[in-house]
Design a binder for this molecule. Structure first.
Ligand code: CTP
Length: 402
């Protein structure tokens, strides 16, 4: 349908990038990127009219996001036809605007296109040997200045390499090494680096990616204090296990997975090092301060709990209840199996426990409402968590004692 609508406007339209790559790799990918030879915004507006799609347009970039009536999302870009000042050595032959658009991208495997116009629907366009690289399982840049143009591609190369079990080609590795020597990662903004790190932490196996980044000396280029060793590898595996356990049990509870891994990566760092790295990543001051405060609390709890063999449920409850989920999950990953149990009981049982008596019951017992109610209810909760009261009668007795 989109192909037809484009055809009627006299445009060519193609599905490109990750979607096509994953189609050839037979992997699911629900993000569809389209490139239009013509005007992407006009096409989006037509889709809005003809199939009732919701659209957001970005005039400046000639791009649009289209949400189809069934909720499906399409990103539309315009292949720019105007003269494009290209940093790499551009082949002398003239390129179609699609080919130029694809050439500007990161890796050959991401530079495939499938035509959607009705007459040639499904035609696979492979200008740069992407099918060969998919077969040979290679990550290869399209032009030598790719990492100069966009140093975050260094992180992307490693991410794709590990995600698909591919290898970065020799020449591309050399280009990465050169880019690192020139310290190019520093020339890009911290927020773009943080974006790429989040993508890494969102992958199925972030540990493998970080390990490879370390092997290629990318990690220390990001910050000299960052490192990778056996104990960090173990912590990452623990985080992975804790997160799968948590997601299985509490599917609907949202938390930011990337933050748990960030805490993991920063685990061996001193506070000043964490501070300088988060500054590099352009974390706003308030976010940074909150991060430190909570991280410090976790370190304190960890230190205290290391010394204990037993703990009262009420103490676990009171210690943990105000701490953001990401930090609690990180703490859980750090703890030994016996102590992990304290937190798993907290999540599965203790945090849902409430006293039987309510404020109304206390009033009915003739008590005057006031701040004392809070104290009483908290004492009741503690007693219940620690198994000291079982029935409503037990609770009433305790209230009288208090
Ligand atoms: N791209 C690029 N340089 C970047 C980021 C993106 O050239 N620094 C290009 C890639 O060719 C990619 C496309 O823009 O195919 C879309 O980017 P993105 O959605 O991040 O990549 P996907 O390939 O879809 O990756 P993923 O599977 O992780 O979503």
């Amino acid at each position: 349908k989109i192909g037809m609508i484009a055809e009627n406007l006299g445009y060519n339209v193609y599905a490109v990038g990750g979607f096509v790559r994953d189609l050839l790799l037979r992997q699911e990918n629900l993000d569809i990127d389209l490139v239009v030879e013509g005007d992407g915004i006009t096409l989006a507006k037509k889709l809005q009219k003809e199939i009732n799609a919701h659209i957001h347009t970005y005039q400046k970039f000639g791009t649009a996001v289209v949400i189809l009536p069934d909720g499906f999302r399409l990103d539309i870009a315009t292949a720019r036809t105007e003269y494009y000042e290209f940093p790499g050595a551009l082949p002398k032959v003239e390129m179609s605007s699609l080919k130029l658009d694809l050439y500007r991208r990161d890796f050959t495997i991401n530079a495939l296109a499938i035509k959607l116009n009705p007459k040639q629907f499904g035609l696979l366009l492979d200008f740069f040997g992407a099918q060969r690289d998919l077969k040979e399982r290679m990550i290869r840049v399209l032009y030598n200045l790719s990492f100069v143009e966009d140093p975050t591609r260094i992180l992307r190369a490693v991410r794709f390499e590990q995600r698909f079990g591919f290898r970065i080609s020799k020449q591309t590795l050399d280009l990465i090494r050169q880019a690192l020597k020139l310290n190019l990662l520093f020339q890009t903004t911290g927020s773009r680096i943080w974006h790429e790190l989040k993508c890494i932490f969102g992958e199925t196996n972030p540990a493998a990616i970080i390990e490879r980044l370390n092997e290629l000396s990318v990690l220390k280029s990001l910050h000299p204090a960052l490192k990778w060793d056996k104990s960090l590898k173990k912590l990452f595996k623990e985080i992975e296990a804790v997160l799968s356990w948590f997601e299985l049990l509490f599917l609907e509870e949202k938390y930011v997975k990337e933050e748990v891994y960030l805490l993991g990566l920063l685990d061996p760092l001193k506070e000043e090092e964490v501070n300088s790295f988060l500054t590099v990543l352009e974390f706003p001051k308030s976010k940074k301060e909150l991060f430190f405060k909570k991280r410090r609390e976790i370190f304190n709890i960890y230190g205290l709990w290391q010394k204990k063999r037993e703990i009262k449920p009420s103490l676990v409850y009171l210690t943990i209840k105000e701490i953001p989920l990401e930090f609690v999950l990180y703490l859980m990953a750090k703890l030994s199996p016996a102590k992990k149990k304290w937190l798993s009981l907290y999540f599965t049982q203790w945090r849902d426990i409430k006293p039987i008596l309510t404020g109304d019951d206390l009033k009915a017992m003739g008590l005057k409402p006031g701040p004392i109610f809070r104290t009483i209810l908290e004492e009741l909760l503690k007693a219940r968590l620690d198994g000291k009261v079982k029935t409503e009668e037990d609770e009433k007795k305790l209230v009288k004692k208090i």
